[in-house]
Design a protein around this ligand. Structure first.
Ligand code: DWN
Length: 416
């Protein structure tokens, strides 16, 4: 491992305090989207510690280590456009923002972590100007081919200045499932403060910690996600930069997320304060910020590990076959931590072209297209992309009609 491949977190990312308490340790494992080519299977595979701190001062949950982003995001295989659920979410988001922010053809929408341009395509179809920012060169090329202007950069103050100089201020800045991936949150907010127009809106969407803890979604904890946000620490961060939350909505996507719209603070009455206070009260009533709750979460993970590995062992002893569905980053965390390898899952089905033909990191399970499943007859499908279970079971309803059974691992092990 090279010196700058990983660094220790010594202070809280939001409040800079050093009162950090480790409550979850998933051991060392490879990066979750580090899929391997066949010829690389015998090569040494770098593994990085995956454990979580709780900041006793502001409440932020964060990884104890930061893996160099160039190892994680330079050539990225995750695209949101595979899942209908995600595209519906982007459609709703763009419609809501276009209307509420009264956007028009002269408006500029900048998307931080724009991936393959899926979200911006909806804004472009409304006629607004769009610009994507993403470090993944491979996905920026895809976005450009779709007619979405995109810059292959990390978002920070320096690049915000370059963007403003070239494209002007942004009427809307969106950041969906990306803020949690960024180590220096203060750089992001300084960049947003510089780039956002005075009457602009900063729209963020990320998995909500209250859902993660309540629904045992431990496998969404991985090296890409440096922070796990809840309203209490998040409000502290936005407040530092002169923003206020003017809308807060809980969403079902990714196991439970939250969409927040931020505007520059004004002396106008902010009706969203009630919702923000309500959500923070939910967090406190659940004792989200207590060692007892977080240690209890770690115990629930061990129970889940016992339940699923015992079920799979029984299935294998009865000479029956199991395959996985959804070569998701979260699936690679679950299979690595539970040691579910290619000895248990014959393959994992995934519709993402970039993942097919590759092998999962650490567990070396082949990733195949749906057609392999449609010509095969396994007894069970373990849905690793459990956040899309309904969509997947609907798509593969013939499998169940032929007597096959689905296993859903989260929030608890269920056979359907
Ligand atoms: O933050 C992140 C979240 C938003 O998405 C990224 N860091 C990485 C990524 O995490 P993930 O890989 O766990 O995301 P998904 O979207 O839950 O992965 C689902 C996988 O399942 C994808 O590889 C696509 C696949 N899939 C499929 O093959 N057929 C999904 C559906 C719905 C399908 O029908």
């Amino acid at each position: 491992m090279r010196k700058n491949d990983v660094k220790d977190v010594k202070a809280c990312r939001i409040c800079k305090q050093k009162k950090l308490y480790k409550f979850l340790d998933l051991g060392k494992m490879p990066i979750p989207n580090g899929f391997l080519k066949k010829e690389d299977l015998k090569k040494f595979e770098e593994k990085f510690e995956l454990s979580c701190f709780f900041c006793k001062y502001c409440g932020l949950i964060q990884l104890s280590k930061v893996v160099n982003p160039s190892l994680l995001f330079k050539n990225y295989v995750y695209i949101p456009s595979i899942a209908k659920v995600m595209m519906n979410n982007f459609s709703n988001l763009s419609h809501q923002i276009y209307k509420e922010q009264k956007l028009n053809a002269s408006s500029l929408v900048v998307d931080i972590g724009s991936n393959d341009g899926s979200l911006l395509t909806f804004f472009k179809n409304y006629g607004t100007k769009v610009l994507g920012i993403d470090p993944a060169i491979n996905l920026v090329k895809v976005a450009r081919m779709k007619g979405i202007p995109s810059e292959s950069k990390m978002f920070n103050v320096k690049n915000a200045r370059l963007i403003k100089k070239k494209y002007g201020s942004a009427n809307v800045i969106t950041a969906t499932n990306v803020i949690a991936h960024i180590d220096d949150l203060h750089q992001v907010f300084k960049g947003v403060s510089y780039l956002l127009a005075k009457n602009g809106a900063f729209v963020t969407e990320f998995p909500y910690l209250l859902d993660l803890v309540k629904k045992n979604e431990f496998d969404t904890i991985y090296h890409e996600h440096l922070s796990y946000f809840s309203l209490k620490p998040w409000r502290r961060l936005v407040d530092q930069y002169g923003f206020e939350i003017v809308s807060a909505q809980r969403l079902l996507v990714h196991g439970g997320s939250i969409r927040l719209i931020h505007k520059w603070k004004s002396n106008k009455k902010n009706p969203a304060n009630k919702t923000v206070h309500y959500l923070i009260s939910l967090e406190k009533n659940y004792n989200l910020y207590s060692k007892k709750t977080l240690s209890g979460f770690a115990k629930k993970v061990e129970n889940l590990k016992y339940d699923l590995t015992t079920l799979l062992k029984t299935i294998k002893q009865e000479k029956r076959r199991v395959v996985g569905y959804g070569a998701a980053a979260k699936g690679n965390v679950l299979t690595n931590y539970f040691r579910i390898t290619n000895k248990i899952l014959d393959y994992i089905v995934d519709s993402t072209p970039y993942k097919q033909g590759l092998f999962t990191p650490g567990t070396h399970i082949p990733v195949v297209g749906e057609n392999i499943l449609h010509h095969d007859n396994p007894d069970y499908i373990l849905i690793l992309a459990w956040n899309f279970a309904d969509e997947i079971m609907e798509k593969e309803r013939a499998f169940r009609k032929n007597g096959g059974k689905f296993i859903i691992p989260i929030p608890e092990v269920k056979i359907l």
